[in-house]
Ligand binder design. Structure first.
Ligand code: 0WK
Ligand code: BGC
Ligand code: BGC
Length: 924
């Protein structure tokens, strides 16, 4: 494409009177003017190079790669969704920077009804030069005063107002209402603002003004306001293009392509800030001496080079520099310059627009030049018009090259060759320049032939768009407040946790003394942890966790070998008759023995029975009550060892010697104690939760003897069943408890363990959906289904890597229509629920280890805790949160958490081995 000709514009088309090449004119004038005009001619190749280079910079910036700073910034705007059109409410919009030395305040009413529009009220305020170049505080105070002046005439009374701040300068945004100014552009150069959060500066100024309670809920770049203001019926517009005093564009990019964002789905609006495009290779060849002079004399030399060739603040200046140049060389105005021609910024956008307008005719141009104090000859007026056309045509072509780069980027990111796109345009260059849009459109068609672009002029300079974003921000802010209110009871303070610890200590002491307490502190008749001398083959059963396991445990010199088999306990068996349950257990044992070739052998058996049992001996345990979804009849109050032996008897031909019944906490402590003699506490955080520890016998009122120790099963799952936890219990805990098969029971467990956390989260999500905070308020059948939100989802959702992706995948599997904001909120709900669980568990462990330390009158206690349970093992943060809480609440205890590898079956076998060894010794 060379010279205007190749734009299909016929010679002389554009502005009448622009001399045709080769027309007889006073040679030097015409040559001199032509030589100037020639400089503003941009070839097709040059435009394509600008397009390619700008696209390259855009993609480099999106990748966030190190290396030479990309020529364009590609700033995420935190505007993710195109307005639904349902946004409604009254919003104040403050526009600063879009239109140069003026700011505008608008009152925008969004009806939320398609096609029903209320005309915004607005007022423009001229910003004095000294305010644009003075201290930042002065500028923001000026803005706050204009706000008040505008509101003074409106019947706002003292209602709280929500404001959207359209701030048209390059900013690093870290949220819809948090934005740091990178650098001023367009004639602004206030001090103490660059690097500051401009929302805070405005809030402070409004505070100082103190006239109205205005909440600044969103800051928006003018391109975004322009794009968002696009009439829903027409759009959606996915590109916002502004050419006013400055120029810039924004567009909707796939979030996964924006490296700085941890987002993989949906789109996010990116403000390109193409004004700073300055790739010498692409821009150098089209830059004229006039551009360099303008840049050199500007407020920000070297910066915004691209903008200075397109923006309305500069077009007049470029024309002035060319006219002054031609006048100085005698080619125009008889070689006379004038104060206007000599003074910077004296030819404004309006002047150029008027003179450039083909319908203006030489007379009008003549009049404009006279108003500028010039005394033009007829030919001067024509030449001046040609200069205006040349400067503006180039501006439109360069803008088109930039827009074509954006279209190419959209083709790439959407893997679409043919692109149908609506571009919202805003700014006075579009409004005032008759030909700017047509040249832009024609050039785009040449540079991006596969794109069908529809240009939509923004109706009110983007004010409505800013109000839309503000409405979205207000909605999100309101949702965030509701989310915080909902989750606040889950955010436990150190004082509250210390109170739980103290309450638990008190309940432990009472339980040990046999006084009324929600902690039953059950003696287990395990008096010692293994000493490594145990030997032999043992059968072990492990009932009460996620899986029922039968194990063969061989304890030999070289260590412990285990072979085991997992069997399921169907819900109908767990909640059927006790006889059926124990017959099922024996069936599994027989099946295991057959598989292990143990049939007919009567090996000593250790029975891990993970439910509260009052034991009178190692092989006697009265089931106090079922927990964790078990509810087999005729078992509570029974000795479960007897129930097992009866089932064995019912199954003739099976010989089993049940030696010990242990709780899974005890099995876990023993199993870990086999490796680490410091292990004197057992902790389970799985389907249920509980802890045991080695207590001084002298403190155990229900067991004779004052010396030595005995392992106590605290059954802390029931902590708070006496109401002592009510201050922490939330409405969601109450929902879960009431829906459980043992309402009022196991309150501590129901705040901590795997069987319940998913349900707590589900109830919170239902609540937030009912408030309209989540899933657009749409309650779905799926989410109303009990146990549909598995606790394992929390572990998956909170995994550090891919967090939001996991959330989305899981929630979509649940058939929940979610937005990216929803995903973030669900993640926060999960984090709050699991953190509370871990902290409460940590408070419990702190109570136990402090008890042991005080038992032994130690300044400092070093101890290990054997742990098992799916939640503790699989949740990415649970274990570290427990450890952190213990360090906080029991600073004089050095606690090591040992994850049990072989489960408590091994521990049951070791308890059996110890029992057999002790029995052996008494027999000899
Ligand atoms: C594995 C132990 C078992 C215990 C279970 C608890 O071997 O005794 O009951 O951990 O974790 P859950 O399976 O309930 O997650
Ligand atoms: C600013 C942009 C703004 C553009 C149009 C440029 O100077 O850097 O943020 O969008 O002007 O107003
Ligand atoms: C039971 C405890 C068991 C814990 C962990 C609780 O429901 O009452 O006996 O240790 O779950 O499995």
């Amino acid at each position: 494409m060379d010279s205007i000709g190749s734009l299909g514009l016929q010679q002389g088309e554009g502005a009448p009177g622009c001399p045709q090449e080769g027309l007889p004119c006073p040679s030097n004038t015409s040559e001199m003017v032509q030589e100037c005009l020639q400089q503003f001619k941009v070839t097709g190749a040059q435009l394509r190079q600008i397009q390619t280079s700008l696209l390259g910079s855009m993609e480099q910036a999106l990748r966030g790669q190190a290396g030479p700073a990309p020529a364009v910034r590609m700033l995420p705007t935190y505007v993710g969704s195109i307005p639904h059109g349902t946004e409604q409410g009254d919003f104040v919009v403050l526009e600063l920077g879009a239109t140069g030395a003026s700011l505008r305040v608008l009152w925008v009413t969004l009806t939320g009804i398609e096609g029903h529009k209320v005309e915004p009220r607005s007022q423009e305020f001229v910003i004095p030069q000294e305010v644009m170049l003075g201290p930042g505080q002065q500028l923001f105070d000026f803005a706050a005063r204009c706000l008040s002046e505008f509101l003074d005439v409106l019947p706002v009374g003292n209602q709280g107002l929500q404001l959207g701040f359209s701030f048209s300068f390059p900013c690093h945004q870290t949220g819809l209402d948090k934005s740091t100014l990178i650098s001023w552009t367009k004639g602004f150069k206030c001090s103490d603002v660059e690097g500051q959060d401009v929302v805070q500066l405005l809030r402070d100024a409004i505070q100082r003004q103190g006239a109205y309670s205005i909440d600044v809920v969103a800051v928006v770049n003018d391109t975004v306001g322009t794009m968002m203001g696009c009439e829903p019926g027409v759009g959606p517009c996915e590109v916002g293009l502004v050419v006013d005093t400055g120029t810039n564009a924004c567009y909707m990019e796939e979030a996964r392509h924006v490296a700085v964002l941890d987002e993989d789905r949906g789109r996010v609006c990116i403000s390109i800030e193409w004004g700073s495009f300055s790739d010498e290779g692409a821009l150098g060849p089209v830059q004229t001496i006039f551009d360099r002079t303008l840049d050199h004399e500007s407020l920000n030399p070297g910066a915004q080079r691209f903008e200075k060739m397109i923006g309305g603040l500069y077009l007049g200046e470029l024309v002035r520099l060319v006219l002054a140049h031609l006048a100085q060389r005698g080619a125009l105005f008889g070689g006379h310059t004038s104060p206007v021609l000599r003074s910077q910024g004296s030819i404004l956008l309006e002047h150029v627009a008027e003179m450039e307008d083909p319908s203006a005719g030489a007379a009008r141009v003549h009049a404009v030049l006279q108003d500028l104090g010039l005394n033009p000859k007829a030919s001067d007026a024509e030449w001046v018009q040609c200069v205006c056309v040349a400067v503006c045509t180039r501006a439109a072509q360069l803008c088109a090259a930039a827009l074509a780069a954006v279209l190419s980027r959209l083709q790439h990111s959407r893997e679409q060759q043919a692109l149908q796109i609506a571009v919202a345009t805003g700014g006075r260059v579009f409004e005032r320049h008759p030909r700017f849009l047509s040249v832009l459109r024609e050039t785009v068609m040449l540079l991006a032939p596969d794109c069908n672009v529809c240009f939509i002029p923004s109706v009110d300079g983007g004010g409505r768009g800013v109000a839309m974003v503000t409405a979205v921000a207000a909605r999100l802010a309101a949702h965030r407040r509701l989310l915080e209110e909902t989750l606040a009871p889950f955010r436990l303070t150190r004082e509250q946790l210390a109170e739980v610890q103290a309450q638990m200590r008190e309940a432990m002491a009472k339980g040990l003394q046999g006084e009324a307490s929600s902690l039953r502190m059950l003696p287990t008749y395990v008096r010692a942890t293994p000493d490594g001398s145990e030997r032999g083959d043992f059968l072990a059963l492990d009932l009460g966790g996620t899986n029922f396991r039968v194990l063969l445990v061989r304890v030999a010199t070289g260590g412990v070998q285990i072979s085991s088999q997992i069997y399921s306990i169907p819900e109908c068996v767990a909640q059927g008759s006790g006889q059926q349950l124990f017959d099922h257990i024996v069936d599994c044992i027989v099946d295991f023995q057959q598989k292990q070739g143990l049939s007919g052998q009567s090996l000593p058996l250790g029975f891990t029975f993970s439910f509260p049992c009052r034991q009178m001996g190692l092989d006697q345990g009265i089931l106090l009550n079922w927990t964790k979804g078990f509810n087999a009849s005729d078992c509570e109050g029974q000795d479960v060892v007897c129930l097992l032996r009866e089932a064995i008897r019912r199954r003739q031909a099976v010989e089993l010697n049940v030696v010990a019944i242990v709780n899974d906490t005890v099995g876990t402590m023993m199993s870990c104690g086999y490796e680490d003699p410091h292990c004197e506490v057992g902790l389970i955080v799985g389907t249920g939760t509980n802890a045991c520890y080695m207590e001084e016998l002298r403190n155990v009122a229900s067991v004779d003897g004052d010396s030595g120790q005995m392992c106590i099963n605290t059954e802390w799952g029931a902590f708070g069943d006496d109401g002592s936890l009510s201050m922490l219990s939330t409405r969601f805990d109450a929902c879960v408890d009431q829906a459980s098969i043992n309402p009022g029971k196991q309150r501590f467990e129901k705040m901590i363990s795997g069987m319940y956390l998913g349900e707590i989260v589900r109830h919170i999500l239902l609540h937030l959906t009912s408030l309209g905070v989540l899933f657009r308020g749409q309650q779905t059948q799926r989410l109303q289904t009990r146990d549909i939100f598995k606790t394992k989802f929390l572990s998956e959702i909170e995994s550090d890597s891919l967090a939001l992706r996991q959330v989305r995948a899981i929630l979509e599997d649940l058939g929940l229509p979610l937005t990216s904001d929803d995903a973030l909120m669900v993640l926060e709900v999960c984090q709050a629920v699991s953190k509370r669980a871990a902290q409460l568990c940590g408070a419990g462990v702190a109570a136990v280890v402090e008890k042991i330390r005080e038992n032994r009158g130690l300044e400092e206690l070093t101890i290990s805790v054997g742990v098992d349970g799916t939640l503790y093992k699989l949740h990415p943060h649970f274990s570290s949160l427990v450890a952190a809480t213990v360090r906080e609440l029991a600073p004089r205890c050095v606690v090591t958490f040992l994850q049990s590898e072989d489960g408590s079956g091994k521990g049951a076998a070791l308890v059996t081995a110890v029992a057999c060894r002790l029995a052996q010794r008494t027999r000899v």
